[in-house]
Design a protein around this ligand. Structure first.
Ligand code: 6PG
Length: 463
């Protein structure tokens, strides 16, 4: 046995991760269900091939790894992971470690961790797409500290590095904690993407800007407070021409979004936790509405198209997006706090912000400041951190202006509008739930608390 680690599943992410590991100097044994895929991978590994040991059976794979063994699973989430664990079980020793690095639902990871598997087990969220996996992903681990420590040298070596040199690989806590943090990452990913799409819609349909002008605006924003991977690639996609028609690529892409489900899991979990993440929920909803293309077409024929020209400009849109982004992250981090308490995890909020600074899809310079604010006080909502409170104050009028003008002119802005509504609710000491409480008491004698503190929890409704 000569390999430091093994990997099962040579799809896009698995192949990229295996090459990254080999490049960092760790001999790696690889296995794929279809042997030809393994052979092709080895043949295409170039000078890294000397550190890649191709194997054509699980027995061969296990025999190629130095004990106690570590094996990364990069297979589709769900039952393929269970099947793979089952197939490996008779071949592994109790001290061998299986690392599920796919996009597992964290409930599955919890279940596996509690099932008393015949081997050690870690659930690890990996973000950054193919390029991240190849050259430096962001890694969110979950499981026992001793198991994380064993594999940390490899995961740290392959991870992205933040500007200050810190590797973006962190253990988040027990069992499913890593996959949970990855799910929230994906929820925020959906929300960031949706807010950018809404702003794009205002530029396209409200301001009548062509794709190349829009590209230029995103490019400029990427030099400012909005600097992020998603703004950068939005500029690039808006810029690209379609090789077939020469039209802007964006103008020939069908407006029907796909999803593998991680954003939806986040929204569902937020409901279980009673954690308000309306910007993320709006983003999931928007993808679901986008999928109903035939219904949308029929309704547009019946009611006519909604969007009208808008009185907006580039500066207003930039500031609105800054505000929306801060509000979205404030919700995401608050959800992580709620989960930390509900699941008895001590999720390290500042470290989560840090691990997202590089490598992952939501990487941005703003996360540097979020990490600092959460380090100062991890229990405080981000909107109350002085640096962010002042940024919100500065950008809020623009968000309000963009949302009200956009809605008035028929532009759907689900995520931006939800961010604003949530913030206005959060800053309101006397809301309207007194009406809800009175109604509940009226029809169900549910009782209420009184502002004057008097102990008289029912209204005179029956009288
Ligand atoms: C990442 C991404 C990735 C995710 C894709 C697709 O962090 O690298 O989150 O894990 O699978 O972005 O997600 P959807 O198909 O749900 O959009």
């Amino acid at each position: 046995a000569e390999a430091d680690i093994g990997l099962i599943g040579l799809g896009t992410m698995g192949s990229a991760l295996a090459l990254n590991i080999a490049e960092k100097g760790f001999p790696i044994a690889v296995y794929n269900r279809t042997a030809q895929v393994t052979r092709d991978f080895h043949a295409g590994a170039g000078e890294l091939a000397t550190r890649v040991i191709p194997t054509e059976s699980l027995e061969e794979l296990v025999a190629a790894i130095k004990p106690p063994r570590a094996i990364i699973l990069m297979v589709p989430a769900g039952s393929p992971v269970d099947q793979q664990i089952e197939a490996l079980a008779p071949l592994l020793d109790p001290q061998d470690l299986v690392i599920d690095a796919g996009n597992a639902n964290f409930h599955d990871t919890n279940r596996r961790a509690e099932a008393g598997l015949p081997m050690r087990f870690l659930g690890v969220g990996v973000s950054g797409g193919e390029d991240g996996a190849r050259h430096g992903p962001s890694i969110m681990g979950g499981g026992a500290q001793q198991d994380w420590d064993r594999i940390a040298p490899i995961l740290t070596a392959i991870a992205a590095r933040a500007e200050d040199g810190t590797p973006c690989a962190t253990r988040m806590g027990e069992a499913g904690a890593g996959h949970f943090v990855k799910a929230v990452h994906n929820g925020i990913e959906y929300a960031d993407m949706q807010m950018i799409a809404e702003i794009y819609g205002l530029m396209r349909d409200g301001m009548g800007l062509p794709a190349d002008r829009i590209a230029g605006i995103f490019e400029r924003w990427n030099d400012g407070p909005l600097q992020s991977y998603l703004i950068e690639i939005s500029g690039k996609v808006a810029h690209a021409p379609d090789p077939h028609s020469g039209q802007p690529m964006l103008d020939v892409i069908l407006d029907r979004a796909g999803q593998k489900g991680t954003g939806r899991w986040t929204a569902i979990e937020a409901q279980h936790l009673a954690a308000p993440i309306p910007v993320i929920e709006a983003a999931v909803m928007a993808r679901n509405v986008s999928a109903r293309l035939a219904e949308r077409k029929a309704a547009e024929e019946r009611f006519g198209p909604a969007p009208q020209p808008c009185d907006l400009d580039e500066d207003l849109l930039e500031r609105a997006l800054i505000a929306g982004k801060i509000l979205c992250y404030a919700q995401g981090f608050a959800m992580i706090s709620a989960a930390s308490e509900a699941f008895g995890w001590s999720l390290p909020l500042p470290d989560i912000a840090r691990v997202w600074r590089a490598g992952c899809i939501i990487r941005s310079t703003m996360l540097n400041d979020m990490a600092e604010a959460l380090t100062e006080n991890p229990g405080r909502n981000l909107i109350m951190a002085p640096g962010f409170a002042s940024r919100i104050e500065e950008a809020l009028p623009a968000l309000r202006r963009v949302v009200s003008e956009g809605l008035a002119q028929g532009h759907p802005l689900p995520a931006l509008a939800q961010g604003l509504t949530w913030f206005d609710m959060m800053r309101t000491a006397r809301g309207t739930a007194n009406m809800i409480q009175a109604q509940r008491d009226f029809f169900g004698a549910h009782g209420f608390e009184r502002l004057d503190g008097r102990d008289d929890p029912h209204g005179p409704w029956g009288a």
